[in-house]
Design a protein around this ligand. Structure first.
Ligand code: SAH
Ligand code: MG
Length: 950
């Protein structure tokens, strides 16, 4: 077997300029490429129509702090790389690949610090210059004292130099302060430091003329700004609360923050790396513990352990920041930028805090991308791109990695040439079915959108994902066995698999680690033990190992409590569904669109606070794409109906993340309140199969199947009918409308949902809306049973006619065979009608689908190879030959005759009928003693109707 490796990203990547920009700015980097058309006139002198030259491109790269324009290039991507390169140069970002040696870095660090305190730097626009200027307006002794922490965090160059000296600073950014201290010692003639405080000051003041010109610039700004921030107390018992920073522009904002933390001035305030979206100014501010200073001066750090454990670790803040935060912390978005001399600030609310926390979990990233925090869940399967809502799995995974300061995930695609398919061993049955037909191997991928390959030499793709820490340690590897026709499907599915497992980890953080490893196996995931907790689950704090991981993740766990269905059981209270039953209901694979609102309501009082509303929310049924009880309710509704129910209050975290008003919430939450849900079902988009059958056939294919059954009933004078796999009873209901010889009908299905729908429809037809109790029909009794049609139930023995329409393809192939045997050996109807899709007809169906952008022109054969199943719940779809084989063998085994027919299309025109039908007939009489079954099995009766006898 020959396989080729496509590695999407190399393992130790030499970073392109774009990649470097991405590392630094994430999705805040915005590339806009424009076409530059140049008129050139050289080719045809005398031609009076201006001729366009080749299309050229120019790219504008917008970053939060600056925007650059590339030169002109023939290729878009070259323009983008060029723009990125220019930006890197301007920003002084030190690309990791051309690292100086530690020795060189140390020298550069000294030079950089000297430069930072130069006059030139003071007047330039740099986040750090803003701080230095602000310290000059401070009163008295504090004038000109620049906090060390500010130098450590606001100059990217300092950080990257320190990283060259010691890569540990990546996980322990406060080491930077020590390196600055040490470098500053070399500049003692120029700069002064303090023994007891963390600041640096110039020995000699800045020249008076510079100060004066700066004064002039800043003049007149007497106003006071108010910045909303939050306090995250060190003690987990204390709740997170809002606070307001009042900053007059003549004050240094860091002093105000220090005051809030109980300190006189900013000297000992430490600042976290920026949080949330890349390059945002959202940071945590907290006070350096006294021991920190002692450590800093007594023994110069050689390992991080010495530094931080003498203070009390703020677990919430540390988890949030992915670095050690000590004592109470303030979260605020405030700072200077390159763009303007003014202080930049944005409000930080409790809501934002919870949203950011939520954004650290795979399910949370998904929820945020759908703007539906209380309703949506990360789906369990990627069926089709068209049905997926919210961020795509791959993007969520990339976001997750960024959030946890991991390297970008590495996707490796293995590509298996199509012609070696039959030789492949590890192919999963779930996404790939192989069928033999006329010597051709026919292959299709279930439920996945597939592009027709241009070359007839089609290929299959598998995707493997590796997650690495920033330092390059392998943390996780996910190697699903499933193959896909499209590279992108392989990537999305593998991403979702990895995300689903990670999500499970976040949900069940309390379980022992060993158990996690066991679950990982089921997801084809390999864990590299030492690293996973430190890198993913506690950010970068390594000290206390697992204990800490568990403690911190209790915080995240509470965010998930609302959604884990296994432990909650029945939580929906006083459910009311109102409005007439229209019969249009969501089923597996369909896309219901709902309008909903969730409110906090205080029981017995007239208090109601809406926390989440959505006017149009669409999701795919059957994948757990919404909290389970919402799906439970919606699948009981029909279009036009309205549902109302309440649940107990499960967790306050999600509520804080959704609710706009975090001020009212705490008091509401502490009163006796519940969550109140209101849902309207606006419309249902049916799965592609149904849509196709409705749109492409007239009358619709389902109606043609009913008419086919009616014809058989009339010819055979059958008086009893059993519908195997009756689903929501469409056949039974339709048969009520035809004059036939039938007197008794029964339906059996394993799906309770289907059965209850069938019951509702039949009930409204026969009981509620019926004039004269169903007098218009000859039928005297209708009964619905629950059970699997692969088990014999004696109630269903001896019916004249059995129907099994579009059911067998929903069962595994061996189960379908089992059904055939049970039906003809035990149920033994005189006639059995079995219909199932003709796979060969899919070419027609899928070509006449509104062309998706992904489809390309191709010849018939490759088109067939690329066809999808009609419905992602189908376990197989047979060609005519396969169906014939199954039916002929079955008939022979049980002494039935079989003939073939179908609906949609024609037997004589390729590729045959759309729905192929086998009609089995028994032309011999049953012996009376035929029912000698050792263990009599009875199906449960779900619903029953009998004509009243007058
Ligand atoms: N015959 C119906 C429904 C087809 S959908 C129609 O033509 O509209 C397929 C149905 O088969 C579903 O309702 C599903 O619940 C049912 N089904 C699948 N496996 C089954 C089994 N082993 N026993 C009984 N019903 C089954
Ligand atoms: Mg079907």
């Amino acid at each position: 077997m020959e396989t080729r490796e496509h590695v999407v990203a190399p393992k130790k990547p030499i970073l392109t300029p774009k990649a470097i920009i991405h590392q630094n700015f994430g999705n805040k980097a915005c590339y806009v490429v424009e076409e530059v058309k140049e008129v050139h006139q050289t080719e045809c002198p005398g031609l009076n129509i201006p001729q366009m030259g080749p299309c050229l491109y120019r790219c504008t790269l917008q970053l939060p702090e600056l925007s650059v324009i590339s030169g002109i290039f023939k290729k878009k991507k070259d323009a983008e790389q060029s723009a990125a390169e220019i930006a890197i140069e301007k920003l002084g970002i030190c690309p990791e690949t051309i690292d100086p040696t530690p020795q060189e870095a140390q020298e550069s660090l000294v030079a950089r610090i000297a430069y930072i305190f130069s006059e030139k730097f003071l007047i330039c626009d740099h986040p750090l210059s803003g701080h230095i200027r602000a310290t000059l307006w401070r009163e008295g002794d504090l004038c000109g004292l620049v906090p060390l922490s500010v130098i450590a965090v606001y100059d990217a160059k300092i950080f990257s130099l320190c990283r060259c000296i010691n890569p540990e600073v990546e996980s322990d950014p406060f080491l930077v302060i020590s390196y600055i201290m040490r470098a500053t010692a070399n500049l003692y003639q120029f700069l002064a430091t303090s023994e007891r405080h963390l600041w640096i000051r110039r020995q000699s003041p800045y020249p008076q003329d510079i100060i004066e010109s700066l004064m002039k610039e800043d003049d007149g700004s007497q106003e006071c700004i108010q910045v909303a921030a939050i306090r995250i107390p060190s003690s987990v018992e204390q709740s997170i609360e809002d606070l307001t920073l009042h900053i007059s522009l003549k004050e240094y904002y860091l002093d105000i923050i220090a005051n809030e933390l109980g300190f006189q001035d900013a000297a000992n305030i430490l600042i976290s790396r920026s949080l949330g979206k890349a390059s945002s100014e959202t940071r945590l501010f907290f006070a350096a513990p006294k021991s920190y200073l002692l450590d800093l001066y007594s023994n110069f750090p050689n390992g991080k352990e010495t530094l931080y454990f003498k203070g009390s670790l703020n677990a919430r803040a540390s988890y949030f920041a992915g670095q050690n935060i000590i004592g109470d912390a303030i979260l605020a978005t405030i700072g200077y930028t390159r763009k303007s001399r003014d202080l930049f600030y944005e409000d930080v609310t409790v809501r934002l805090y919870y949203r950011m926390l939520l954004g650290k979990t795979p399910g949370g990233i998904y929820k945020l991308s759908r703007e539906a925090i209380l309703a949506s869940e990360l789906p369990s399967k990627f069926t089709t791109r068209a049905n997926w809502r919210g961020s795509l799995p791959r993007d969520i995974l990339c976001m997750f990695c960024r959030q946890h300061r991991l390297s970008e995930p590495l996707f490796s695609i293995t590509c298996h040439p199509f012609n070696t398919l039959s030789g492949l061993s590890g192919l999963s049955g779930s996404c790939l079915k192989v069928a033999e037909s006329c010597g051709n191997v026919i292959e299709s991928v279930n439920g996945v959108s597939v592009t027709t390959p241009k070359s007839s030499d089609s290929e299959l793709f598998k995707c493997e994902i590796k997650l690495f820490s920033r330092r390059g340690d392998l943390i996780l590897q996910c190697s699903p066995k499933d193959c896909y026709k499209k590279q992108n499907d392989a990537i999305q599915n593998a991403s979702l698999k990895l995300l689903s497992w990670l999500n499970k980890c976040f949900k069940s953080m309390i379980v022992p680690f060993e158990q996690l490893c066991q679950t990982a196996d089921n997801f084809n995931i390999q864990i590299y033990y030492e690293n996973i907790f430190t890198d993913i689950f506690v950010g970068q704090s390594t000290h206390n190992g697992q204990l800490d991981a568990i403690q911190c993740n209790k915080l995240v766990e509470s965010i998930y409590r609302n959604s884990s269905c296994d432990m909650l059981g029945n939580i929906v209270n006083s459910l009311k569904i109102e409005g007439p039953y229209s019969g249009v209901c969501p089923c597996n694979g369909s896309l219901p669109c709902i309008r909903y609102s969730v409110s906090l309501a205080v029981e017995g009082e007239n208090v109601k606070e809406v926390i989440e509303v959505c006017d149009e929310f669409e999701f795919e049924v059957g994948l757990g794409a919404v909290v389970f009880y919402i799906e439970e309710v919606v699948t009981q509704m029909s279009v036009g109906q309205y549902a109302h129910f309440t649940t107990n209050l499960l967790t306050s975290d999600l509520i804080f993340a959704s609710a706009d008003d975090s001020v009212k919430m705490p008091s509401l939450l502490s009163s006796n309140c519940c969550l109140e849900y209101e849902i309207s079902l606006i419309k249902v988009t049916e799965p592609p199969e149904e849509r196709m059958e409705q749109a492409l056939f007239s009358p619709p294919l389902s109606k043609q199947r009913v008419e086919f059954a009616v014809q058989q009933i009339l010819e055979s004078h059958a008086s009893t009918l059993i519908d195997f796999g009756c689903g929501s009873g469409s056949l039974l209901e339709a048969l009520l409308n035809y004059p036939t010889s039938l007197e008794k009908m029964a339906g059996v299905d394993i799906s309770q949902k289907g059965l209850s729908r069938a019951a509702k429809i039949l009930n409204s037809k026969l009981v509620t809306n019926s004039d004269a109790g169903g007098q218009w029909t000859s039928i005297k009794s209708v009964i619905l049973y629950e059970g699997s049609i692969t088990n014999f139930g004696s109630q269903l023995h001896g019916f004249d006619i059995g129907t099994c329409l579009e059911v067998i393809e929903h069962m595994d192939e061996d189960q379908a065979c089992l059904f055939g045997d049970v039906a003809l050996s035990s149920f033994r109807p005189r006639i059995l009608i079995v219909s199932t899709p003709n796979f060969e007809y899919n070419v027609v169906l899928q070509r006449s689908n509104p062309p998706s952008q992904e489809q390309e022109e191709s010849d018939e054969k490759t088109l067939l190879q690329s066809c999808k199943f009609r419905n992602h719940d189908h376990k197989f779809e047979w060609t005519r030959e396969q169906f014939r084989q199954w039916a002929c063998d079955l008939a022979a085994r049980h002494n039935y005759k079989v003939h073939f027919s179908g609906v949609g299309g024609s037997a004589d025109v390729e590729p045959g009928f759309a729905s192929q039908i086998a009609v089995f007939k028994r032309d011999w009489k049953l012996e009376d003693d035929v029912l000698k079954h050792a263990d009599e099995h009875h199906y449960n009766v779900i619903w029953e109707w009998n004509r009243k006898i007058e």
